[in-house]
Design a protein around this ligand. Structure first.
Ligand SMILES: Cc1cc2nc3c(=O)[nH]c(=O)nc-3n(C[C@H](O)[C@H](O)[C@H](O)COP(=O)(O)OP(=O)(O)OC[C@H]3O[C@@H](n4cnc5c(N)ncnc54)[C@H](O)[C@@H]3O)c2cc1C
Length: 452
């Protein structure tokens, strides 16, 4: 039987991109969304993180462009600011300023509700997609309980489909829904690093930054868990954020917020905030950390049921990966269904096809957050001291060497480790160590120029 109808719980980024992925291969797609989706870009209750800083990495742009050709141009038309992030965004971390280097690729900077609005406009214009407003409350199963055939909804109705997708985000209730039919929960891996955000929309004077700098990120690190960022968004708006790791949450009152910015590894964000016109309240948000559910490893799973986005793997947001991973997962779904749209086995094949990108990005989260002594690792080993030292060496060399800085960017933004494994990079790391070199660009008050 070929795929004819798909039901998706959740109309956030992952649900919308899942619809785009199956769009060409099915007749009917119903997105079940509990929020009243706004006609204009606006924050909404179902995406409570929506007012915090969001960036769309290169991997996410490539994946979204594969699903929705021309979407990056649509982002630009909606006012997004495009930055060559390793050059234009100055990042001060544990080992000084990351090497500012031109990559020739662009990172999309815009407020999350605006970005989602652009994606939503494209997906809801597809002729076979409809949105039904209700909350999913459980599953409908075949009589023999081997196949999910639909979602039960809060309004008492049922939405049926050949393929049912959970895209409800971090609040996903799939484990409970499946338990109701005797299915075991998947194994979980978790990295608890207790992250706090506080963000405000601002306007900045034209001379807020040094020439060539579009934003500044003073990243929290194990030596200072309080961070800060000022980054461009859409339509001339900037976002200023306090960032905290290990329960060092930035507060929402102005004095506390400013004190948090001032305590970041570089005080430059605080200095810029003093020149800013605040346009909104300061809005806070907390996340426990990164959590991966091993849905693809379940020995016994029903046919016809798939999970995507934060419902599978929700990340520490500091690294800006969540939407991009959701987009890569949607591409995996698209390729699975275009290879073979037979319903039998499709959900399992697609879930398995998402594994590589999730594993890669989860490994990043473990290696970075695992360097914090107080981080709690559940179901996953702490990185060895050798791994932590190797990461530290890489970060140090990347402050000064354009090739290494670009390879780090390729990994962080495109989830691609190939360049990092090249012999020339290994040589450079060995030489740096053998020569006992030290980071030069480590003055938190002075943003260095472009290297290379
Ligand atoms: C503070 C913060 C900053 C972040 N920064 C970035 C960043 O810079 N870059 C990046 O790529 N990612 C970032 N992320 C992650 C990003 O927000 C998520 O990874 C991404 O939104 C996941 O999308 P999703 O569709 O899976 O879930 P969500 O965006 O949470 O969407 C879930 C949808 O499901 C709906 N829903 C929920 N339950 C039900 C139900 N029972 N029935 C029907 N509908 C339901 C909700 O209303 C919502 O529309 C950040 C996250 C946080 C918390």
């Amino acid at each position: 039987m070929r795929l004819d109808s798909v039901v998706i719980a959740g109309g956030g980024i992952a649900g919308l991109l899942a619809a785009a992925a199956v769009g060409p291969h099915t007749q009917h797609i119903t997105i079940i969304e509990k929020d009243d989706l706004p006609a204009e870009p606006a924050p909404r209750p179902g995406v409570p993180q929506g007012r915090q800083v969001h960036a769309l990495l290169g991997a996410g742009q490539d994946a979204m462009s594969e699903l929705l050709p021309g979407i990056v141009e649509d982002f630009a038309a909606a006012g997004a600011r495009m930055v060559d992030s390793p050059a234009d965004l100055a990042v001060f971390g544990r080992f000084g300023w990351a090497g500012r280097v031109r990559s020739g690729t662009q990172t999309v900077m815009m407020r999350r509700p605006v970005l989602e609005h652009v994606v939503r406009s494209r997906v809801l214009a597809l002729p076979n997609v409809i949105v039904y407003r209700s909350a999913a409350t459980g599953l409908s199963m075949s009589d023999d309980r081997t196949r999910v055939i639909g979602l039960q909804l809060l309004d008492g109705t049922t939405a049926e489909g050949d393929l049912v997708i959970d895209a409800t985000g971090r609040v996903s209730k799939s484990m409970d829904w499946l338990a109701d039919f005797g299915y075991e929960a998947p194994a979980e891996k978790e990295m608890r690093s207790h992250i706090g955000y506080a963000t405000v929309e601002v306007r900045l004077p034209d001379d807020a930054f040094d020439d060539g700098v579009a934003g500044v990120l003073a990243h929290p690190h194990p030596g200072n868990c309080r961070g800060a960022a000022v980054v461009p968004a859409d339509n001339g708006i900037y976002l200023i954020a306090g960032l905290g790791m290990m329960n060092q949450d930035p507060p929402r009152d102005l004095d506390g917020f400013m004190a948090h910015l001032d305590a970041a590894p570089s005080p430059i964000v605080g200095e810029i905030a003093r020149k800013a016109e605040f346009l909104t309240d300061i809005v806070t948000y907390r996340v426990r950390g990164s959590r991966r559910r091993m849905w693809e490893d379940l020995e016994r799973r029903p046919e016809g049921y798939l999970l995507i986005g934060d419902a599978v793997m929700a990340f520490n947001p500091l690294y800006g990966q969540g939407m991009s991973v959701a987009a890569c997962e949607a591409v995996a779904l698209s390729r699975s269904v275009s290879t073979d749209s037979t319903v039998a086995g499709l959900a399992h094949r697609a879930q398995a096809a998402m594994k590589d990108v999730i594993d890669t990005v989860f490994a990043m989260a473990v290696s970075t957050d695992g360097a914090y002594e107080d981080a709690e690792l559940i179901g996953v080993p702490r990185p060895s001291p050798e791994d932590v030292n190797a990461g530290a060496l890489l970060s140090q060399v990347a402050t000064d060497d354009p090739e290494v800085a670009l390879a780090v960017k390729r990994y962080a933004h495109h989830f691609d480790r190939t360049d990092l494994r090249s012999p020339s990079i290994a040589d450079k790391l060995a030489v740096w160590q053998a020569d006992g070199r030290k980071v030069v660009h480590d003055n938190p008050l002075i943003i260095p120029g472009i290297i290379g």
